[in-house]
Structures are given as C-alpha cells and as structure tokens.
Design a protein around this ligand. Structure first.
Ligand code: KG4
Ligand code: ZN
Length: 357
C-alpha cells in the first residue's frame, strides 16, 4: 500500500511516499528558512506563496525518488490542521485535486498526530506511550492510548518551547530559527552563568509556560547593555554560549520534570519525543539518561523526522485508511483543529450533525 503524504502547515513544503504505513520510500522537504529568516519568524503570506510555487515540484520529486507514478499511489494524505490557514490550504487543495483527478482515496491528517507517530517510521513503539511534543507551535504532553486515541495531559499556557528558542535567539542577534543555533552554542557554555526562572516547575499541573523565561532573558540582556536584538553587542559575543546554556537549562529542566511526572502519574513505561525541539541534543541526552536510571524506554526520532515532514503525515493517513476511515473531498482546513477530531467527527456524523467548517 503506497501513500503519498503532503505537509504545508507552516514553513516547510514536504511530500513523501510511505509503503504500508512504515517504510519511507521518499521524504522531500523544501524549507523556507531563507525567506523568513530576515524577518526573524514565519511571515504567513510569504509562506503561502512559497508553498504554491513549490508544491508540485516537491510532490514530483517525492514520486520520482520513490520510483513510482501517481497511478501506483493507493492513498493520499495531507495535513488539514492545525497551522497557518493559507499554508494549510495549499497542500490540502493540491492533495484533494490529485485525489479527485486520479480517483485515489484521501485522508486529512492532524499535524500533531503526525508528529506523535513520526518515530513509528523507525521503530516499533507499543501502545500505550507518553509523547512529549515540542515544536515551534506546540508544547504538549500526550497520553497515546492507541492509534487515534489521545489525552492531552498538559500544554503550554503561552509560548511553545520552540517559539521561546526562536525569540531568545532573535534577541541575541542569532537569526532564525533559533533552536539549532542555541543548541550548538549551549554545548560550549556554562549553564550556571546565570539562573533564569523555571516557570511552572512547582505547579501541580502538567502545563508549561515559557513567556516569562523569554522576558527574563530580555531583561538580562538589557541590564547588561546588550540590546534586544544583539545590537551594541560588545561583551555579548564572549557570553553567547553561557547565556544559551543557561536558557536551555531552564527550558529542559522544566520539560524533563513534567515528563517524568506524567510518566509516573499515568503509570506509563514508554515515552517518545516529537517536534522540532526533539532534535535538541541535550534534551535527547537527558531523556535517555533518565530512561536508563528509572527503567523506562524512550524513543527518539532522527532529526529529519523531528521537524515538519510529510512522511509522518503519510504514516497517520495509512493508519486511518487501514481502519476504513477515509475522507471525502469536501474536507476543509481548520487553523485551530483539535487533536482527536477524527473520532469526534465520526461521532457527530453518526448523530447526523455537522462539525462546522
Ligand atoms: O516541528 P517544527 O519543524 O515546526 C513546527 O511544527 O513548529 O519545529 C520547529 C521548531 C523551531 O522553533 C526550531 O527553533 C526548533 O523547532 N528546533 C530546535 C532544534 N531544532 C529545531 N529547538 C531546539 N534545539 C534544536 N536542535
Ligand atoms: Zn510541526
């Protein structure tokens, strides 16, 4: 069973061919970093336009690399939310058009559900498991009971972890995206250089908050005369690694504490990392060390499957198709799509209602 996946929810245009929901035959990712970096973040209108320019080239490349033609594709899956609405519409409309023209079954996929299953393309992950989704748009602890059944245990109340990395990097004059740069700098820094707040650490809930940390870094920079965007940077250069390490320590200490708490609270033995921040080397090391010390199993996807990609979308589409849950071509994109929408929609349809747009 060959599935063509398409992902355009943010700033990556991606297409992939996945065989039997598991084997990646191709996974083409065209990043828009160059376009957005000069603005220090993703500009939605520019993202949509670039997706329009790229989508057919990227899909063709994915088919070519997999050595198949559209005629051989059994299923098409595309991200239908959450994400930037203009960006989502490009990939979704393109996918539906291909499905219509080729009479190919179609499944709309929740972006975070894709992240949750990314690691299953590399390793068998038995259910149930805990998934820590940490990306530019999401920070969530999710109890994955089985395929399609999720309970969100905690989420960020303001910024996502990746957003904090991006904004702090911008303040330090390090460009966009900030995660990989801060990751690299932190490796050579002293995390005891300064102590930034560990937001929500003492809070009973499994929720997160990163906006206070961002403000704390800004105040620290201003206090030292290092400007909000790295200007007047005398003295800043020599401390970049230490500031990065101190910031990263504050983020990772909270992520780790809440993840451990969730594992114990839910009585789970397995944890998977997902999302762009899951590529972070220190987070991966800390989780692996904790797993070793406390006897649970951790699953770490390789970097290319952490950041946005269409293989994870094809994997989820294949799972739903195997359960006979395909969509008709009236399916629309929803910017704030909730996780678990699929079963909610089935339930509404059974009652003869409507789920709205
Ligand atoms: O999953 P993703 O590609 O897109 C979203 O769905 O948001 O995640 C992108 C985010 C960006 O904020 C980026 O700075 C962050 O992931 N990121 C990292 C690392 N690599 C990417 N954050 C920390 N350490 C990294 N190595
Ligand atoms: Zn993502």
């Amino acid at each position: 069973m060959l599935c063509l996946g398409i992902e355009t929810s943010c700033d990556e245009t991606s297409a992939s061919v996945v065989e039997n929901g598991r084997r990646i035959r191709s996974n083409i990712i065209s990043s828009q970093i160059e376009i957005h970096s000069k603005y220090g973040g993703v500009v939605p209108e520019l993202a949509s336009r670039r997706h329009v320019e790229q989508v057919s080239t990227v899909v063709d490349a994915a088919l070519r690399e997999a050595g198949v033609s559209l005629k051989e594709i059994d299923l098409i899956g595309a991200t239908c939310g959450p994400g930037l609405i203009g960006a989502l519409l490009v990939g979704l409309s393109y996918a539906k058009a291909l499905a219509f023209a080729g009479r190919i079954p179609f499944v709309g996929v929740h972006h975070v559900e894709g992240h949750i299953h990314a690691v299953t393309l590399e390793e068998e992950v038995p259910y149930p498991y805990l998934c820590l989704v940490v990306s530019g748009g999401h920070t969530e602890l999710i109890h994955v009971r089985r395929f399609g059944e999720y309970r969100i245990l905690g989420k960020t109340r303001d910024d996502a972890a990746g957003e904090a990395y991006d904004k702090v990097a911008k303040m330090m004059g390090l460009g966009y995206p900030g995660g990989p740069v801060l990751d690299r700098l932190a490796a050579d820094g002293n995390s005891r250089f300064t102590r930034f707040p560990r937001s929500m650490l003492a809070d009973e809930s499994l929720d997160f908050s990163f906006s206070g940390l961002k403000t704390a870094v800004l105040n620290f920079l201003l206090r030292n005369g290092w400007g909000p965007e790295g200007e007047g940077a005398e003295g800043l250069q020599e401390h970049l690694s230490d500031i990065a390490a101190s910031f990263q320590e504050a983020v990772i200490e909270v992520l780790m504490a809440k993840t451990m708490k969730a594992l114990h609270q839910e009585g789970l033995q397995r944890v998977a990392l997902a999302g762009g921040v899951a590529a972070n080397r220190m987070l991966r090391r800390r989780l692996a060390e904790a797993a070793e010390a406390e006897g649970f199993t951790c699953f770490l996807p390789s970097s290319v499957l952490c950041t946005d990609n269409a293989a994870m979308i094809a994997a989820v589409a294949s799972g739903y198709s195997a359960m006979g849950m395909e969509d008709d071509l009236t399916l629309n994109a929803v910017a704030g799509l909730p996780l678990g929408h699929r079963f909610a929609r089935e339930a509404v349809q059974e009652k003869g209602g409507s789920t709205g747009p």
